[in-house]
Design a protein around this ligand. Structure first.
Ligand code: SF4
Length: 237
């Protein structure tokens, strides 16, 4: 079997694997927010940036090659990941203690894993809408981190193209494909894969609040094992 070297450990891979595919299968955590085992590559969040033979590259889009030397959990790379995570927190409105996704949230768990204990930048406090029009699902753009998982899930798995990304720079935002721009007028359904993949609390099912109590949620008690399970199962919810 072919191998590459990840932080000093030999990682086996199959032809066509990305570094993320092989590392995750072997039980190594490469922090990420926009990667999912069953969806195509994106490279949107850049949290999985590693060094491959000394050069920066996204682990989710870089093919594994025999004998590559890959640096992952180094202080330098985790420092860059922490910076990106802190920027994501201030660009949106992320109030973890009042969010139903707390304890299930990949952004929150990643921040803990990277040692984020306080804000680093001034908050933007952007004004963003909440779409509660759908009978079964909420869309709260205050929490959207533009990972495009719902965009890809709706296109690749559901075949509906309910979501897309619009705008540029700080004005970039998620839009809904419907005459009114509201979820209620779209083809979105609670059974859709796109309704299951949001890594944060931007897309949530209605009437499910606090079914699992705070303190008993996946990331509450076993952070890294839960992150690994989420990566291996492709489960961000
Ligand atoms: S709504 Fe959720 S899944 Fe969709 S882009 Fe925003 S954070 Fe990602």
């Amino acid at each position: 079997m072919k191998h590459f070297n990840l932080d000093g450990t030999a990682v086996p891979f199959e032809d066509g694997d990305t570094l993320m595919d092989a590392a995750t299968r072997a039980g190594h955590l490469i922090p990420h927010l926009c990667w999912h085992t069953t969806l195509g590559q994106s490279g949107a969040c850049r949290l999985c940036t590693v060094k491959v033979d000394g050069h920066l590259a996204a682990a989710c889009t870089t093919r594994a090659v025999p004998n590559q030397v890959v640096e992952n959990r180094t202080p330098e790379l985790d420092g860059k990941r922490l910076l990106l995570t802190q920027m994501l927190f201030v660009e949106g409105n992320h109030f973890c203690p009042s969010c139903e996704k707390s304890g299930h949230c990949l952004l929150q768990a990643t921040a803990y894993e990277l040692g984020m204990t306080e804000p680093r930048f001034d908050e933007f406090y952007p004004k963003r809408p909440v779409d509660a029009s759908h009978p079964d699902l909420w869309l709260d753009l205050n929490r959207c981190i533009l990972c495009k998982l719902c965009v890809r899930a709706s296109h690749e798995i559901d075949g509906k193209d309910v979501f897309a990304i619009s705008g540029h720079g700080i004005a970039t935002h998620l839009i809904v494909n419907s005459p009114s721009g509201k979820l209620a007028d779209s083809a979105f359904a609670k059974e859709d894969f796109a309704a299951q993949v949001c890594p944060v609390g931007a897309i949530l099912p209605k009437r499910r609040g606090f079914v699992v109590p705070i303190g008993a949620r996946p990331f509450d008690n076993a952070l890294v094992p839960a992150l690994m399970n989420a990566a291996q199962e492709g489960e961000n919810a």
